[in-house]
Design a protein around this ligand. Structure first.
Ligand code: ZN
Ligand code: ZN
Length: 759
């Protein structure tokens, strides 16, 4: 008997060669009908006899999907027989968008991640006989740009900037031939019909192969190039020479922050950093993540790239242009977003031209394919056997995660202030934008609003509730108020804990250890060393680090020596006396301490405690960038230890975790001449052990077995490792962050979950 069946497919199925895959399966079995993308993923209508239809259903389970595709849910139903003549791939608009009505709870549109060059395209790029020889825009269904060239959904060439390039005869043939690798590869191009690469330098403009050659010559000679890449512009120069690295730092605004290096292949990456299996997998992911891993003493990367940090970020070429450059130059290249420090990544050509006018820039490489969505690199940190996401970017595009709580109405989450992302909770899922950046910069409002618009457009649902941080000075919270919809504010560390719940996919109450730099507390002071009990949309503070003075307010975040003063003394007036003897950078130390006393400014921040220890050990008195002192302290603690000290102690009583004994031990060991590395290790391990003990106490009082660990301080390998081991030893189950960032980049995900749970 001849019948018609319909499949609704949810998962990563758009823009990844899924429809051509379905077409091949259907035509091989002699079936007729169509496949198209829709707002929920893809829909397949297929007609044929029972045996062939059964074989088709089986084929889905047994035939490997295209490399970038993933099916989460497939639902088969019977449909009315229509007597189709052939099997076709049709536009999303044909056969009605009848699934729009029920896609509210099941929208999946996460196929739009950009992917680095596949092997087949690289082989064509390298083949002098191929018509795409050294054509950097070569791509296919298994690779190439997606989100960063999309103008709307669903995924079709008409909804990308490629709509402006009419396919040549050869490309059109590939695009319409089912057996071809480029069958319905929406972004395909060739030198005859696609975008053109242009190099502008001292000797004028060149295009095509010559543009590539000029770029390579300039970088080999030690120049600095602004290169229009995937999702934004980058600054690129040799990482093995001081001059280009120093020039890049000048362009970015005397920033000391470590920069990542681009290498041609995994073998080259192995010579620079220690890569275990998980780190190698993250490095070779099609999204081309920056992987932070323990540095090797190879000597090919100058210290100016990553300073004295023990980690170095490495990344593989995100496009064929970068691959060609990295191979031709043959040394690691600095690879950093082309923007003044703190500003969002430059995406438009005019801003790139302005940047390229800087006297330190020797090349500008651009092209006429516009970037529709800003996308930074995803950054992950190798944590010993697994990788922790530090920042979501290009490879994740719009990341979709399951929410432990179902949203009764669409919820927008405005994020925090630093490393901001925004999220949208719809039904059982939370959709998260790529990294937006810090919101201090004047250009940040545009970037934030663009990210919100792009998220709403991609998911196709308007939010009815917006969740924001309670901090009165967070720009994201002000902008959320301006949206004209209901606003819910949530406490910063509650949002961190909720982000960890999403990562662990847990619904039940947990104890949360949240250690971070700074968040607005319910009492109006700065929090950041918190043990909370969290249940769905509620949380209460069960214990916290002993509050100490915050001499100079936010200035103390940049200047760890101030926190050393605060922790070295029992009370703030004494801190003032000690501070008076310190030689700050021309600051009136006594004055800032008096100010702190007058204002009663205190903090329970674990990040500030770590800063204080770094300052007491003389490692860093002033932070050159966020996390400077903390990373330097960790590098020291994880260097080769000649001897190891017992972890220092924290006192825990009545919900207060007192670090004064730990600080006293640091000072004592320092006086007795113990090695700095051993002291750093014992101090960090002590923080991990002390908070684990406090969390275990709360867990036992509450009858809870699961503990989530969140906040930027838990990106510290020593603290995270010790805390997990201690919690396991206490019979508890710890959950560290993995795919959701533990730092403020994960805040919007937690806010979205709280909004969903609140309903
Ligand atoms: Zn390809
Ligand atoms: Zn063509």
């Amino acid at each position: 008997m001849v019948r018609r069946r319909r499949a609704e497919v949810n998962g990563r199925v758009q823009g990844v060669g899924f429809r051509p895959h379905v077409h091949r399966l259907a035509t091989t079995l002699g079936l007729r009908g169509w496949v198209r993308n829709d707002a929920g993923g893809a829909v397949i209508d297929v007609e044929g006899d029972d045996a062939s239809l059964d074989a088709f259903v089986d084929a889905f389970a047994t035939t490997p999907l295209p490399p970038l595709a993933r099916i989460d849910v497939i639902r088969w139903t019977d449909a009315v027989f229509a007597g189709a003549q052939e099997f076709t791939i049709v536009d999303a608009t044909e056969h009605g968008s009848d699934r729009a009505a029920d896609c509210g709870a099941g929208v999946r549109l996460d196929g739009l991640a950009d992917a680095g060059p596949c092997d087949a395209c690289t082989a064509e790029f390298d083949d002098p006989a191929d018509r795409r020889f050294r054509y950097p825009f070569t791509c296919c269904t298994d690779c190439g740009p997606r989100l960063t060239i999309a103008t709307g959904g669903p995924w079709a060439r008409a909804n990308t900037v490629m709509a402006g390039y009419e396919l040549c005869v050869a490309c059109k043939h590939e695009f319409s031939t089912p057996a071809d690798r480029r069958f319905h590869a929406e972004a395909i191009a060739c030198p005859d019909c696609g975008p053109i690469l242009v190099h502008t330098g001292e000797v004028g403009a060149t295009a095509g192969h010559q543009a590539l050659d000029r770029l390579i010559d300039d970088v080999i000679a030690g120049g600095v190039a602004v290169v229009k890449g995937v999702g934004g512009h980058h600054l690129i120069g040799r990482a093995d020479r001081e001059d280009p690295v120093a020039a890049i730092r000048r362009i970015k605004g005397r920033d000391a922050k470590p920069m990542a290096v681009l290498v041609a292949d995994v073998a080259a990456a192995h010579t620079l950093v220690e890569l275990d299996a998980a780190a190698t997998e993250a490095l070779t992911d099609p999204g081309r993540n920056v992987v932070l891993a323990q540095r090797r003493d190879s000597g090919t990367v100058v210290d100016l790239v990553a300073g004295d940090q023990g980690d170095l970020g490495v990344v593989l070429p995100p496009s064929l242009l970068h691959l060609d450059l990295a191979r031709a130059v043959g040394v690691p290249l600095v690879f950093t977003s082309a923007n003044p420090s703190g500003a969002p990544t430059v995406v438009d050509d005019a801003a790139a031209a302005t940047l390229a006018a800087h006297r330190d820039v020797t090349s500008l490489v651009t092209h006429d394919r516009s970037i529709t969505a800003r996308a930074d690199d995803t950054v992950v940190r190798a944590m010993g056997g697994c990788c922790l996401t530090i920042r979501s970017g290009r490879g994740d595009a719009i990341a979709v995660r399951r929410s432990p709580h179902t949203a009764g109405r669409p919820v927008l989450a405005a994020g925090g202030h630093l490393k901001c992302t925004v999220s949208l909770a719809v039904g059982d899922h939370i959709h998260t934008s790529p990294h937006i950046g810090d919101l201090d910069h004047p250009a940040a409002r545009d970037a934030w609003e663009h990210a919100v618009d792009s998220l709403i457009r991609s998911v196709g649902v308007e939010p009815e509730l917006v969740v924001a941080d309670r901090h009165p000075d967070y720009a994201s919270a002000w902008w959320a108020q301006d949206l004209g919809i209901e606003v819910l504010t949530v406490q910063h560390h509650h949002a961190h804990a909720a982000a960890a719940l999403v990562d662990a996919d847990r619904r039940r109450p947990v104890v949360a250890v949240v250690l971070d730099g700074h968040g607005w507390g319910d009492d109006g002071t700065s929090w950041g060393g918190e043990i909370l009990v969290v249940d769905a949309d509620r949380s209460h503070r069960a214990a916290h680090l002993r509050p100490v003075a915050l001499p100079g307010g936010v200035t103390a975040i940049r200047e760890p020596w101030r926190m050393a003063v605060a922790w070295l003394c029992d009370d703030t007036p004494t801190a003032c006396d000690v501070a008076a003897t310190w030689d700050g950078d021309g600051t009136d130390v006594l004055e800032v301490c008096r100010w702190a006393v007058a204002r009663g400014a205190t903090t329970t921040s674990a990040g500030r405690l770590v800063d204080a220890i770094a300052a007491i050990l003389g490692i860093t008195g002033v932070n050159r960038y966020e996390g400077d002192a903390a990373m330097a302290l960790e590098s020291l603690a994880t260097s080769d230890l000649a001897c190891r000290l017992t972890p220092f102690d924290l006192d825990i009583a009545d919900g207060e975790i007192d670090a004064r004994p730990l600080v006293a031990q640091v000072v004592d060991c320092l006086r007795r001449g113990a090695p700095l590395a051993a002291i750093a290790d014992a101090a960090l391990a002590g923080i991990g052990r002390g908070f684990a003990k406090a969390a275990a106490g709360v867990a036992s009082d509450e009858g809870i077995e699961h503990v989530v660990l969140s906040g930027g301080v838990l990106q510290n390998r020593v603290i995270d490792d010790v805390m997990c081991r201690e919690l396991v030893a206490a019979g508890l189950t710890p959950h560290s962050h993995r795919s959701v960032p533990a730092n403020d980049a994960g805040l919007s995900i937690g806010q979205a979950m709280i909004g969903a749970a609140r309903g």
